[in-house]
Design a protein around this ligand. Structure first.
Ligand code: PGA
Length: 252
């Protein structure tokens, strides 16, 4: 089954509503010419409505950077999937390494979040990846397998392929130290095989992105590699021309 590449902009804690609006004013006219690639913008919560409004009537979708697993409740500071659906969001990033590392997001929480996101009708972009010490210790595959098994455990087999996976080696995030095409392709092939142990059809249909210091200069060779179905882009997604060039590189 052909997998349409996806390029997603993870803006992290960058851009006010005004800045998000200016970015999209610059980006959307060029994005209208993209073929064979899907594009998602993941702004901070406060700029979601602005982004969704600007992207209305275009093929560009908008996703949150985090979500709670309960639909409502006494969870101060949290936002639920049905709330994102009401706004018109398309998806939500879950399990980003910054959330795992800085905000204590656990595989146990992700095991609840991923099915909750799907149940609400949103696409989860589930991030997995090893630290530098884990890679140096030869434990990359063990980490990926543990994260994927745990985080997808409660997703029914028939819905597995609706999730997007982003392989993001922690040592490559924001460091300028991109994984080589071989490292990225190898880890992604392993991640696909880990999903295939549950359901081979779902594994063949699941989009698995690479993330970690992707920029216009390396996006083409990464996304041309077998099995790499797009990119999750942090720093280089903040500038509209650079991000458009990355989206163009992902177009098939
Ligand atoms: P980076 O971030 O592109 O700035 O390395 C990627 C990410 O954290 O998703």
């Amino acid at each position: 089954m052909p997998r349409t590449p996806l390029v997603a902009a993870n803006w992290k804690m960058h851009k006010t509503r005004a800045e998000a609006g200016s970015f999209l004013d610059e980006f959307l006219p060029g994005a209208a010419d993209l073929v064979g690639v899907e594009v998602a913008i993941c702004p901070p919560f406060t700029a979601l409505a602005t982004a969704i409004e600007r992207c209305g009537g275009t093929a560009v979708t908008v996703a949150a950077q985090n979500v709670h697993d309960e639909p409502a409740g006494a969870f101060t500071g949290e936002v639920s999937a049905p709330m994102l659906v009401e706004l018109g969001a398309w998806g939500a990033v879950v399990g980003h390494s910054e959330r795992r590392r800085l905000f204590g997001e656990t595989d146990a929480a992700l095991a609840r979040k991923v099915p909750a996101v799907l149940a609400a009708g949103l696409v989860p972009i589930l991030c997995v990846g090893e630290s530098e010490a884990e890679r140096d210790g030869g434990r990359t595959e063990e980490v990926l397998e543990r994260q994927l098994d745990a985080d997808l455990a409660a997703v029914p087999d028939e819905r597995l392929a609706e999730a997007v996976i982003a392989y993001e080696p922690i040592w490559a995030i924001g460091t300028g130290r991109t994984a080589t095409v071989e490292q990225a392709a190898e880890a992604i092939a392993f991640a696909r095989s880990a999903i295939a142990r549950r359901d081979a059809g779902a594994a063949a249909a699941t989009r698995i992105l690479y993330g970690g210091s992707v920029k216009a200069a390396n996006a083409g060779e990464l996304m041309a590699a077998e099995g790499i179905d797009g990119a999750l882009v942090g720093g280089a997604s903040l500038q509209s021309e650079e991000f458009l060039a990355i989206c163009e590189a992902g177009s098939r």
